[in-house]
Design a protein around this ligand. Structure first.
Ligand SMILES: C[S@@+](CC[C@H](N)C(=O)[O-])C[C@H]1O[C@@H](n2cnc3c(N)ncnc32)[C@H](O)[C@@H]1O
Length: 236
């Protein structure tokens, strides 16, 4: 059966949405707790990523290198100006470390020096990231970022808002701002896929009391969808 346009857009917005929706519903209905939500999401993600035969698939991206770059390199434009010194960047949910590698390389092309760090809930993926990036092994932590106390703060913390149940977004953002983002640092949400004429995620974050300091978007292969990121700037 041909998917409806809504299903087509939903699939373009979020890979695996059919498998993850029932887990979200179970949490929203109170049938599972947060620890079980994380475990069930990991049961879907971890085997799929570990079965990937290329670094992008091991980070949850199904495209080729050019598509990966198109989908992720807008993150370079989320970096704050730190003339003359490296920018410390935490990739929350770093999977196999490929974004840490690419973001650092793309930023260097644009004249920024990035020092990447990562945290990953899946011990197997975090191990893979440490094996793939042995020079950064000491900067890749295993943990659920929501419960994690980072050993330091970062100029930029990048996260997705699908790493926690939707109703937990408020406390989650507050946790990252209180414990992970440095004074004058930046909390970047993205890259996520959303319809060009929607601002649902950004509106939710604003409704939680945050000021969105900036945003960026780029065309997606689906004409109605965009790759997007936005950020919250931490005061001094
Ligand atoms: C789509 S991948 C992102 C890979 C890469 N950072 C990127 O943006 O392309 C999401 C990763 O986040 C991890 N993750 C999900 N929830 C998490 C949490 N609460 N704490 C730490 N990592 C989490 C998943 O295991 C997965 O490896």
């Amino acid at each position: 059966m041909k998917p409806s346009e809504d299903e087509d857009i939903a699939a373009a917005r979020e890979r695996g949405w059919r498998q993850l929706a029932p887990i979200d519903e179970a949490f929203a209905a109170g049938r599972i707790d947060r620890a079980t939500w994380h475990a069930k999401v990991l049961d879907v993600i971890e085997p799929a990523y570990l079965a990937g035969d290329n670094p992008r698939a091991q980070s949850g991206h199904s495209g080729n290198a050019a598509q990966w770059r198109n989908a992720r390199s807008l993150l370079v434009d989320t970096l704050p100006d730190r003339t003359g010194r490296p920018i410390t960047v935490l990739d929350v949910g770093c999977a196999n470390g490929h974004l840490m590698e690419c973001w650092t390389a793309w930023a260097a092309e644009a004249g920024h020096m990035v020092e990447p760090f990562g945290v990953e809930i899946s011990p197997a993926l975090a191990d893979l990231a440490r094996r793939r990036c042995p020079h950064w092994a000491h900067r890749i932590w295993t943990g659920n970022v929501f419960d994690w106390q980072p050993p330091r703060r970062f100029d930029v913390v990048r996260t997705g808002l699908d790493y926690i149940p939707a109703s937990e977004r408020g406390p989650y953002l507050n946790h990252l701002l209180a414990h992970a983002v440095a004074p004058c640092g930046r909390l970047v949400v993205g890259v996520f896929n959303e319809e060009a004429d929607h601002q649902e995620l950004e509106d939710q974050v604003r409704a939680l009391g945050h000021t969105v300091g900036g945003r960026i978007q780029r065309p997606h292969r689906h004409p109605k969808v965009r790759y997007k990121a936005f950020w919250i700037d931490q005061p001094a």
